[in-house]
Design a protein. Structure first.
Length: 161
């Protein structure tokens, strides 16, 4: 918890942006898969992309950290079903998503969940910093992290690069 708080503070206190380069999308998915190769028992974890040769201009470490937080959150909140980590390109926008069949998040909490220490369910492991950290990192690479409130079969988070 202390490391996460320090990391959030470092991102929020600095006005500097992180360096970006051309990164193969597949490298992002492979790196996230290495950190999260499987979910819990009874939950499938799938990584997919629509174009394995496509690249995006971003910071690889930052995106992997963001996606790791989102996958970790999905694993904690999905007791059965599936988690899907996916890349798509829609209208020229690179979109990474983490979709799960877990308990879901009420639409009225779509912004509140990004606040420090906010948890919808106090019985789920964690202290409520992962989504805060994800958003803090995203601002440093000119990306956005949001909850897709139109999805109702669990939760879907979108990272637009």
């Amino acid at each position: 918890m202390l490391n996460d708080l320090i990391e959030i503070s470092e991102y929020e206190s600095s006005e500097d942006k992180l360096d970006v380069t051309e990164v193969p999308v597949n490298d992002i998915l492979v790196a996230v898969r290495e950190k999260h190769p499987e979910a819990s028992a009874g939950v499938t974890l799938e990584y997919c992309t629509t174009n394995e040769t496509e690249t995006v201009t971003t910071n690889l470490e930052a995106v992997v950290r963001i996606m790791g937080c989102l996958v970790d959150n999905a694993i904690k909140n999905t007791t059965s079903g599936s988690i899907k980590v996916e890349y798509t390109n829609s209208g020229g926008k690179a979109i990474l998503s983490v979709t799960d069949t877990g308990r879901g998040i009420p639409a009225d909490n779509a912004e509140k969940i990004f606040e420090r220490f906010y948890k919808i369910d106090e019985f789920v492991p964690g202290v409520g910093l992962g989504l805060t950290l994800s958003r803090a990192i995203a601002t440093k690479i000119n990306a956005t992290v949001s909850l897709d409130t139109s999805y109702s079969e669990g939760a879907r988070f979108l990272v637009v690069l």
